[in-house]
Design a protein around this ligand. Structure first.
Ligand code: E4P
Length: 220
């Protein structure tokens, strides 16, 4: 399973990218709004940093023709990197069909059921984004949805969409998604740090240092 970072913050993207752990970026209108800059500026800057896919979401979510026009604009910011995120809906599926036919990669977002994922993949989406944290929030098992979609896609090799496990809230989600068969998990910066850190690692580093220094002294 690959990892993307789920943020529009340039500093977070640079730090994660410098560690060599992320293969792409996902943003959404809420994450862009937090940065207080236009989505075009932010997406263009992210694309200049990242080697992999940069997901930018359309702001107009109700009408296929508006989503198609905006999708083309977003894509043209950097056709080498940009993936256009389109929310799941009947209009969204129409937009996915048109954009995909033009060779524009799309990510169908706000997926909360296996059937929605199936429809998005059939419409031509390159990626589907099931939101497990938001399902957990309403008492439905988010990881089971990832597993179900992975099983369906494995049973039907003519479905080519990749599964991006989204709305990840903790490191346990990441492990569970890897086991469930997600192709990608898009992980917030805070969760990346939770994945890196372990109290026994910290203690181990301190002990190695102090054992060494007791004998040889600090050599810096
Ligand atoms: C995915 O692409 C979305 O940006 C994201 O994962 C949403 O997560 P949230 O439920 O934490 O807002």
């Amino acid at each position: 399973m690959k990892l993307f970072i789920d943020t529009a913050n340039i500093d977070e993207i640079r730090i994660a990218n410098d560690m060599g752990i992320i293969a792409g970026v996902t943003t959404n209108p809420s994450l862009i709004a937090k940065e207080g800059r236009s989505y075009k500026q932010v997406l263009a800057e992210i694309s200049s940093i990242m080697a992999g896919p940069v997901n930018g979401e359309v702001q107009s979510a109700h009408d296929a023709s508006a989503m198609i026009a905006e999708g083309r604009e977003i894509y043209n910011l950097d056709p080498k990197h940009i993936v256009v995120k389109i929310p799941m809906s009947a209009e969204g599926l129409k937009a996915i069909k048109t954009l995909s036919a033009e060779g524009i990669p799309t990510n169908c977002t706000l997926i909360f059921s296996a059937n929605q994922a199936l429809l998005a993949a059939r419409a031509g989406a390159s990626y589907v984004s099931p939101f497990l944290g938001r399902l957990d929030d309403i008492g439905q098992p988010g990881v089971e949805l990832i597993q179900t979609i992975a099983d369906i896609f494995a049973n039907h090799p003519d479905l080519h969409a990749q599964i991006i496990a989204a709305s990840i809230r903790n490191p346990t989600h990441v492990t569970a998604c890897a086991l469930a068969g997600a192709d990608i998990a898009t992980v917030p910066y805070k969760v990346i740090h939770q994945m890196i850190n372990h109290p026994l690692t910290e203690l181990g580093i301190q002990k190695f240092e102090s054992d060494y220094n007791k004998v040889f002294g600090a050599e810096l």
